[in-house]
Write a new protein. Structure first.
Lengths: 293, 490
């Protein structure tokens, strides 16, 4: 196996790529896998082919986690996301290596890892600010103090873009969790390695168990589950053809799920980061409070 | 009225004389066409339907039934206006047109209120003091946004979407038209609006106002009809944005129908709001809030407080006071200024409500209705409460859309939250307590878009409205309501 020999006498220890549910690293309950190969046709790793049962377990874990995460202070969420960036920075060589293994040129891989770290810093900084930008005190006619604030939608399922191993994943997860949501992510099918390693980074960054859950597997097999689950509040859907997008929309309607479609985004670009992505997974809550005499 | 049941009759037996709003100032045509391209035109197939006064069952007017071809004509007119004068107009001028609409509505407020009550059955007090003034205020509010959109979306440029297809319900006909049209126009879109088939008249009056305001032809088109017409509006390929207010069942169908299109959509759907009364609340005020929460507009309100959660220690007191208060409510002629509860909007809706009254009793609930007399003709339902119901009962879970309240009790704060949130809906909620900290904990814990603390059923153009979960997608009203009608570019 390409990943498992380095040409020296010592036998390298290869990593088992597992999925991440509720702060644990189980194998898929299905026992199934798919094989990831490099462009020379050599096997890089066996990847968990997650099942719909794995997805349901992940949603349960996410639902359990979202309440506490939403209540965590904005300052704390910001620090934890900053911490993810710190951990990623420390392990950037590993991520670069994985991207290269999956076909990227070194410079390109380095750029992607750097951009991912910077993106986390960007969103960490938004944690205690987006609320101020998007909230409102509403000057109603009657004698009431009326204000609108953002609240996280709850559990967000994310179909990460397939064409990037790390930056696409980070660019979709960070805005969801900085706003207090928990998420279940389907990693890139063709470049899944960094997603699993990113789960390890999350695990070392004080992200509470269940706030981010990461599955690997086949998009064709899992997209419909991500879209149809009745206890998921929103789905962020990256890439995919028109037909799959239509299927997602249709299935999401069953519980009036919010559908956030993010096709053809150049995730490496700075323009792909904005507080409007945070707002995508926020509800607006308006409260009326009488003003006494 | 002083009856043995009415313990709050402090007037010593005075009867209320009828105080009907006059209707002699109202101009209603016998027949209405479709408002397309700035004029009333006959429907292609010459089909018309009756719109009926639900308080008398008499026909008020005949209204055109728009076919798919008619809807297509309306969308083409809207597209032409969007590409032409409306799209090219300076935002400030656009705003002035919308201000005009607000002003003319204020001038014709009395007429609009009377027609609203005639066509929909709501008490004149409500159409006069709530629906019509709020509708005008909505246009006035959004008119001012037209040339200020860059301040609403920091770091982004807001561009119009194009043609908006809008389908509205029968519970607040004119107000819903305002909620849909005002932000759409302010953001530079043109619109095709379909009012509900049982309440088309005020929308047609609004068409007259829009014509009188000299908006360029085609900026607003109003097509009347039933579900098929609505489906044609929503499904039209050249509509860029769909806005719907109605039931969750239909909302779901629409969201599915829009799958695979690039149409933006907002949905304002059903609700089953919990009105939570804590033991430390001002009980008399809370009882008023309960009455306003569920009996306002005959309970035909998506955000109605249709579930009462009352803390066990005060439950008996609250329910008794509520029953006493219900005895004072007058059900009857919507045009009478003494009327508290008007006519049920249609025979269909009355049937639906009555079926739930039956279900509630069959499920083991105890039903109480007040004892007021009902008019002989028309569609009526007395204010109703159910006690002894549990979380799984249909009258607790499902939206009835009538003057029917399901009452449950709770002991702890957490139990109240868990019961309040135990519904697929999440449109609104209410909390009654004297403790500020408890208010904020409750308002943060209830998963709903609008929470009223020590008040209920308040609305304002500046205040965003819309649901969590299956109560819909998007917000209407306020700064946040602009979002539904723009695309954001760099």
């Amino acid at each position: 196996m390409a990943a498992r020999s380095n040409g020296k006498s010592r036998i390298a220890v290869a990593k088992t790529y597992k999925i991440y549910i509720g702060g644990k690293f189980p194998r898929t309950e299905s026992g199934r896998y798919f094989t990831l190969e490099n462009d020379r046709g050599e096997v890089i790793a066996n990847i968990c082919r997650s099942s719909r049962k794995d997805f349901r377990n992940a949603v349960v874990a996410a639902r359990k986690a979202e309440g506490g995460w939403a209540k965590a202070s904005a300052y704390l969420r910001g620090q934890i996301i900053y911490r993810i960036a710190e951990m990623l920075e420390g392990r950037s060589e590993q991520f670069v290596a994985e991207l290269i293994q999956q076909g990227a040129a070194r410079r390109q891989a380095e750029r992607e890892v750097e951009a991912s770290i910077d993106r986390l810093i960007y969103y960490a900084g938004w944690a205690d600010k987006y609320q101020q930008v998007f909230s409102a005190v509403n000057p109603v006619q009657s004698s009431h103090f009326n204000f609108s604030v953002l609240e996280p939608m709850g559990v967000v399922s994310i179909i990460a873009p397939d064409d990037s191993g790390l930056i696409g994943l980070v660019s979709n997860v960070a805005p969801a969790i900085v706003g207090g949501n928990a998420c279940v992510v389907l990693a890139s099918e063709t470049r899944p390695l960094c997603a699993v390693s990113f789960a390890e980074v999350l695990h070392a960054s004080d992200v509470p168990p269940g706030v981010v859950n990461i599955l690997t597997g086949l998009r064709a097999e899992l997209t419909e589950q991500f879209a149809s689950h009745m206890d998921v509040n929103a789905i962020a859907f990256c890439g995919g053809g028109r037909k799959l997008a239509a299927t997602v929309q249709e299935l999401a309607a069953e519980n009036i799920k919010r559908v956030i479609s993010r096709p053809r985004v150049k995730w490496l670009s700075d323009d792909a980061a904005s507080p409007y992505l945070i707002r995508d997974t926020q509800e607006v809550k308006t409260t009326w409070h009488p003003i006494g005499t | 009225m002083a009856t043995p049941e009415n313990k709050l009759a402090f007037d010593g037996g005075w009867e209320y004389d009828p105080a009907p709003e006059s209707t002699d100032h109202i101009r209603l045509d016998k027949r209405y066409g479709l408002f397309i391209g700035g004029d009333f035109v006959a429907p292609e197939k010459s089909r018309y339907f009756d719109t009926v006064n639900p308080a008398t069952e008499e026909t008020l007017a005949r209204v055109a039934q728009a076919s798919e071809t008619d809807v297509d004509k309306a969308v083409k007119a809207a597209r032409k206006a969007y590409r032409g004068p409306w799209g090219r107009m300076k935002a400030r001028e656009r705003g002035k047109y919308i201000f005009r609409i607000a002003r003319i509505m204020q001038e014709r407020a009395r007429e609009l209120a009377a027609i609203e009550s005639l066509d929909g059955g709501k008490p004149i007090r409500e159409s006069r003091d709530v629906d019509v003034p709020l509708a005008a205020a909505h246009f006035f509010y959004y008119a001012g946004w037209a040339d200020k959109l860059e301040y609403a979306f920091p770091g982004r440029r807001a561009k119009p979407l194009g043609v908006a297809g809008q389908v509205i319900p029968w519970n607040f006909p004119l107000l819903m038209a305002a909620w849909k049209l005002a932000p759409a126009l302010a953001c530079g879109n043109t619109a095709v609006l379909k009012p509900a088939e049982t309440t088309p008249l005020t929308a047609l009056k609004l068409a007259e106002i829009i014509r009188d305001a000299e908006l360029p032809p085609g900026v607003v088109n109003i097509v009347t009809g039933a579900g098929e017409t609505g489906a044609a509006v929503v499904g039209h390929a050249d509509v860029d944005k769909v806005a719907f207010t109605g039931s969750t069942a239909v909302g779901r169908i629409i969201q599915k129908a829009l799958a695979g299109t690039n149409k933006k959509y907002t949905l304002e759907l059903g609700g089953k709001a919990a009105n939570v009364i804590f033991a430390d609340a001002a009980i008399d005020q809370a009882v008023e809030g309960i009455v306003n929460g569920i009996f306002f507009n005959q309970g035909h309100v998506c955000c109605a407080g249709s579930r009462l959660l009352v803390q066990e220690s005060v439950a008996d007191e609250v329910v008794q006071k509520l029953r006493d208060r219900m005895e004072t409510l007058i059900v009857g002629d919507p045009l009478d200024k003494n009327t508290d509860i008007g006519a049920i909007n249609s025979s269909m809706q009355l049937e639906k409500i009555e079926s739930y009254l039956k279900i509630g009793r069959e499920e083991g609930g105890t039903m109480f209705q007040n004892s007021c007399p009902l008019p002989e003709r028309g569609y009526w339902c007395r204010p109703t409460i159910f006690t002894g119901v549990s979380q799984s009962n249909r009258v607790v879970q499902e939206e009835i859309f009538g003057p029917v309240l399901a009452i449950q009790t709770f002991r702890t704060f957490d139990e109240a939250v868990s019961k309040a949130n135990n519904t697929p809906y999440g449109l609104s909620g209410g909390v009654w307590t004297d403790k500020g900290a408890k208010i904020f904990r409750m308002t943060q814990s209830v998963r709903a878009g609008v929470i009223w603390a020590n008040t209920f059923n308040k609305f304002d153009p500046t205040s965003p409205f819309g649901g969590y979960k299956e109560s819909g997608v998007g917000r209407e009203g306020g700064l946040h309501g602009l979002d539904a009608y723009v695309k954001l570019g760099a």
